[in-house]
Design a protein around this ligand. Structure first.
Ligand code: AMP
Length: 286
């Protein structure tokens, strides 16, 4: 496995692989790799000849400096995990290599970025689509894997790839959870033991929503209330938002006109101390 630090070297490596007739599968990450990331890597390996994993904590997408500073960066363990997983190349550029002096271009996402996470995290998705665009430019992947854990991000990237004629196939990988149901996240390591135990309230709240939605007379307001009640019953949790949305265009669903699997999802954001966790699931499936 090779570790690559600059966009130029990354592009040259990919060009060589392409000349050899090989396809590249790409998993962009911010590092602190967990089993969720490893499952995305396995997915990429099934769909391509060579897997590239990027590890870059992108300053452009953090709206809170303290969150950027506190983000875990166990780079040696991450590189070793990629090696074990059979990754062909780790692309780990520095911020200076990505945003050198004089850097000024940004990619502006559209209306999908104004919904859900958007209002509470100004500039976040602009930072995400800008960095993903740059990473795609360096890695030149045939296929890229993103987690459904960040469901809005997945839809925004799909839109960007279509709108900007990028040509990379985007795959949404299902959410990988710990045995107790908590979605795996690099931020989980920042939870205290007590907060980590309390975090089961997040998947439990989504379970309560799914149960409530099964009753044919229930409307979305009641379903959200059922979810929020579970969060509110956990003293260590601070609820930020819960929303029921259309899985395609992310608009809020205020009436169930279609209860089929895959059409409607519920998403939530919950704080434990200064750690913000997000989760979502298919309201009529999963
Ligand atoms: P991150 O390093 O948190 O930016 O995540 C990198 C990629 O892994 C993103 O596409 C995430 O959606 C995905 N991801 C992170 N956690 C999970 C998880 N628990 N299940 C599935 N995908 C995940």
């Amino acid at each position: 496995m090779i570790t690559i630090a600059t966009p130029g070297e990354m592009r040259a490596w990919s060009a060589r692989r392409h000349r050899e007739g090989r396809t590249i599968g790409f998993v962009p990450t911010m590092g602190a790799l967990h089993d969720g990331h490893l499952q995305l890597i396995a997915d990429a390996a099934e769909r391509s000849d060579d897997v590239v994993v990027s590890i870059f904590v992108n300053p452009l997408q953090f709206d809170v400096d303290a969150d950027f500073d506190a983000y875990p960066r166990p780079i040696d363990a991450d590189v070793a995990a990629c090696d074990t997983a059979g990754v062909a190349a780790v692309y780990a550029p520095t911020a200076a290599a990505m945003y050198p002096s004089g850097y000024q271009t940004r990619v502006v996402p559209g209306a999908l970025a104004d919904l859900m996470e958007g209002p509470g995290r100004p500039g976040h998705f602009e930072g995400v689509v800008t960095v993903v665009n740059k990473l795609f430019g360096a890695v030149q992947p045939e296929v890229a894997i993103f987690g459904q854990k960040d469901f809005q991000q997945l839809r925004i990237i799909e839109r960007m790839v279509a709108d900007l004629d990028i040509g990379t196939e985007i795959i949404g990988h299902p959410i990988v959870r710990d045995p107790d149901g908590v979605a795996q996240s690099s931020r989980n390591v920042r939870l205290t033991t007590e907060q980590r135990s309390a975090a089961v309230a997040v998947p439990h709240s989504l379970d309560a929503a799914v149960d409530a939605a099964r009753r044919p007379t229930t409307d979305p307001v009641d379903v959200v209330a059922a979810a929020v009640a579970v969060i509110d019953a956990e003293p260590m949790a601070r609820h930020e938002y819960t929303t029921i949305f259309d899985a395609d265009d992310l608009t809020e669903v205020d009436r169930f006109t279609d209860r089929s699997v895959g059409r409607v999802r519920i998403a939530t954001a919950v704080w434990f101390g200064d750690v913000r966790l997000i989760d979502n699931r298919d309201l009529f499936g999963d």
